[in-house]
Design a protein around this ligand. Structure first.
Ligand code: NAD
Ligand code: ZN
Length: 248
């Protein structure tokens, strides 16, 4: 294992970094991950249904639970943490070219990352989309309806089913977003993977893509990931402590 000082040096010398973040960077903001030891799915495998399109469409109870969760999570008004801010610092230094995130919480942008460098590969919970007519709207509008008592609010234009504008299982990624992420990975000199087990495909594939193209790979995560073996450095520990020391 490479030590923190060496990895910090690599990051300091890199000119074109691509970061790939996962749920682990937001747990310190109070948003649980899915597959970590305290993850939502680890504790309650039923919860996976809410993220599966087929169940969401077929079962109003699944939708009601999903909206309840949204109200709860957004009601806590999660704030960015030191990990998100370290990536803002890296961008200000001119070193962070693209920030690919699997997260849907919008915390990178709230921390100050430029929307132009962020690729939200799994969508965003800050917007909702109608599964029938495709109309998008800010999530706040639906939250207002939910707090007023609706449990499964339909689209106001066509009566169709509304869903968070996140990519559920059973839905394809936005092709242009994936292309952009892969292009950035092929052209970077350092790939920084943070808070992800690297088990969700196809986006995990940007890590081997960067490696094959000659980039260094640095992984920061509390537990082992699927790609520790191809990494040049693996740093295990709390992201909120490690990332500012690596990249702040
Ligand atoms: P994951 O749940 O598979 O893995 C998260 C990893 O982060 C785990 O290995 C865990 O040990 C590690 N981790 C958690 N907190 C940490 C901390 N403070 N310091 C260091 N490591 C920590 O996450 P994933 O690979 O990103 O995949 C889950 C999918 O679910 C993603 O595709 C994403 O779309 C979605 N998701 C998003 C959010 C969010 O937006 N915040 C939250 C949960 C899930
Ligand atoms: Zn509609």
């Amino acid at each position: 294992m490479t030590d923190l000082a060496t990895a910090r040096q690599w990051i300091g010398a890199a000119e074109r970094i691509v970061a790939l973040t996962g749920a682990g960077i937001s747990t310190e903001s109070g948003i649980p991950d899915f597959r970590g030891p305290q993850g939502l799915w680890t504790r309650n495998p039923e919860a996976e249904k809410m993220a599966t399109l087929q169940h969401y469409v077929a079962d109003p109870e699944v939708r009601k639970r999903a909206w309840k969760n949204r109200v709860q999570m957004l009601g806590r008004d999660p704030k960015p943490n030191a990990g998100h801010r370290a990536l803002v610092a890296l961008e200000r230094r001119g070193a962070l070219h693209t920030l690919i995130t699997q997260n849907v919480d919008g915390l990178h942008q709230l921390a100050g990352s430029s929307p132009g460098i962020v690729v939200e590969i799994h969508g965003t919970m800050r917007e909702v989309v109608c599964l029938d007519c495709g109309e998008r709207a800010p999530t706040e509008r639906v939250l207002a309806r939910l707090t007023a008592g609706e449990e499964d609010p339909p689209c106001q234009s066509c009566g169709g089913i509304l869903k968070s504008a996140t990519i559920s299982f059973g839905q394809g990624l936005v092709a242009e977003d994936l292309r952009r992420a892969e292009r950035a990975a092929r052209q970077c000199d350092l790939m920084l993977a943070v808070g992800t087990k690297l088990s969700v495909w196809p986006i995990a594939g940007v890590v081997p893509l960067a490696k094959e193209a000659g980039a260094r790979v640095v992984i920061v995560n509390a537990e082992p990931t699927e790609m520790d073996e191809l990494a040049d450095a693996v740093l295990r520990g709390p992201i909120g402590e490690l990332l500012p020391r690596l990249a702040g």
